[in-house]
Design a binder for this molecule. Structure first.
Ligand SMILES: Cc1cc2nc3c(=O)[nH]c(=O)nc-3n(C[C@H](O)[C@H](O)[C@H](O)COP(=O)(O)OP(=O)(O)OC[C@H]3O[C@@H](n4cnc5c(N)ncnc54)[C@H](O)[C@@H]3O)c2cc1C
Length: 424
């Protein structure tokens, strides 16, 4: 079996960014994904839109991008391809998208980079030797296959490679290991969208009244939805609490329960609001979305204090200012800490480095953070930036024939456009 320079586990935005950026620097890369398309939560869980990835001056309206580099390139490729395949026009194209077009963009960019993709390959084991991960095992329709590489990136969201190779991690909250709720996204077509938004306050009022009367079982406090396109509404409103996203029996229960919640909210809307009389469920995501599960305990554990103090780490590899957005792991309610204009935090390279290994990095929503800090860094644009940083770091390690800790950090920051450090 061929040995690769780099194996990337997980084909979300993080894994795509890592694979393409490493392959462009000459590494032989295998990107392994358990589903049949790239995009991760966007593709499998219908997660949308991109949460804001820029700073907006409230006085002048001027914007400064915080998630730049590969993420900007992805969006530009999408905008180039979309008009030939999609007649729909999004009102806010910086944030909204058609995930089906993105799947094509990811295929194209990965192929062009020379990285190889292995779909329908679910990581199920890892081999290690001292401070090195040496091989990863994947369950496929051809049986279990074992693949070797010099370097590994865990971009699986759930931190599957780090867990299977014995890295220290935290599940959910540090106190009780409860994770932010899982949510199964769905969309309704045939909605009178203009009227829907006009009566949205009444929708929430009625929902709350029925919930107080015990007639709505969903623990969520209101109806959370977005205007996807004219005629369609996108719902993020199911809420599954107190189940473990890394326990397959819990995830199975969660998916069944969430589909019940979808039926409940759709019936509530169709029965009570004229704007939804002609509405239908147009799609339910294939997989339930996981906001939070395992998080690495790496060389630095990024905390809410680091974020709120807008700490500028010397080894910064990404910026962020998305709010600390915690959907209550125990029931109703969502808490926020919003960053003001001018408040920007950084993510240190050390948050990607497991203490146990010299040839593995972790990127995306499972990097080394506390429960609270993860609630901010988990958005797709920031995850994508951590993937780019991990892929480029691995190429530097390969070039210098070193471990992940010895790479020239200033060079990585130059490549990421973050040098000299901390210009913000
Ligand atoms: C309901 C919900 C709403 C959200 N809303 C937004 C939003 O509006 N805007 C926003 O920007 N972000 C949002 N997020 C957050 C965001 O979607 C995720 O945090 C982000 O996509 C994480 O990126 P990732 O690449 O780390 O992981 P993922 O996107 O989850 O990608 C991981 C990939 O790894 C694959 N994988 C997992 N395990 C294995 C395995 N064992 N073997 C092989 N492959 C594997 C998965 O199939 C997947 O393709 C939301 C999340 C959820 C759940």
């Amino acid at each position: 079996m061929k040995k690769y320079d780099l194996i990337v586990v997980g084909g979300g935005l993080t894994g795509v960014a890592a694979s393409v950026c490493a392959a462009r620097e000459g590494m032989s890369v295998l990107l392994c994904e358990q589903s049949g398309a790239l995009g991760g939560a966007m593709a499998n869980c219908l997660v949308m839109p991109f949460m804001p990835y820029f700073e907006k001056n409230p006085e002048t309206g001027e914007r400064k991008k915080l998630s730049d580099g590969f993420f900007t390139e992805l969006r530009a490729r999408y905008e180039k391809l979309a008009p030939s395949l999609d007649a729909k026009v999004f009102k806010n194209p910086e944030l909204y998208f058609n995930q089906e077009i993105f799947k094509l963009v990811f295929d194209e960019m990965v192929s062009e980079s020379g990285a190889e993709v292995l779909f329908h390959a679910k990581l199920c084991g890892a081999e290690t030797d001292g401070r090195r991960v040496t091989a990863a095992r994947f369950a496929t329709t051809a049986g279990i296959i074992e693949l070797e590489a010099d370097y590994f990136i865990d971009a699986s969201g759930d931190g599957n490679l780090m867990a299977l190779s014995g890295c220290e991690f935290n599940l959910g909250r540090e106190t009780d290991h409860l994770c932010q709720p899982m949510t199964l996204c769905f969309r309704m077509s045939g909605v009178d969208v203009e009227e829907f938004w006009r009566v949205k306050p009444q929708i929430n009022e009625k929902y709350k009244a029925l919930k107080a009367a015990g007639k709505i079982k969903n623990p969520r406090e209101d109806v959370l939805c977005f205007n996807w396109l004219d005629g369609y509404i996108h719902f993020n409103t199911t809420r599954i609490i107190k189940l473990d996203p890394t326990n397959p029996f819990d995830v199975s229960k969660a998916e069944i329960e969430a589909r019940k919640q979808i039926a409940e909210v759709v019936a509530f809307l169709r029965n009570n609001f004229e704007c939804c009389k002609n509405a239908s469920i147009s799609s339910i995501a294939a997989d339930i979305g996981v906001r939070e599960s395992r998080k690495l305990i790496g060389e630095h554990v990024l905390s809410a204090d680091d974020l709120i103090a807008c700490k500028k780490f010397d080894d910064a590899i990404a910026y962020g200012n998305y709010d600390i957005d915690i959907h209550n792991p125990e029931g109703a309610g969502t808490s926020h800490h919003f960053f003001k204009y001018g408040e920007v935090y950084t993510i240190p390279y050390r948050a990607l480095i497991p203490k146990e290994y010299d040839n593995m990095l972790v990127a995306g929503r499972c990097i080394s953070t506390t429960h609270e800090a993860q609630a901010s860094i988990r958005i797709m644009p920031i995850c994508c930036c951590t993937g780019e940083a991990a892929g480029r770091a691995m190429a530097l390690a390969k070039r210098g024939n070193t471990g992940t800790r010895e790479i020239p950090i200033a060079e990585l920051q130059k490549q990421l456009g973050l040098y000299p450090p901390n210009p913000l």
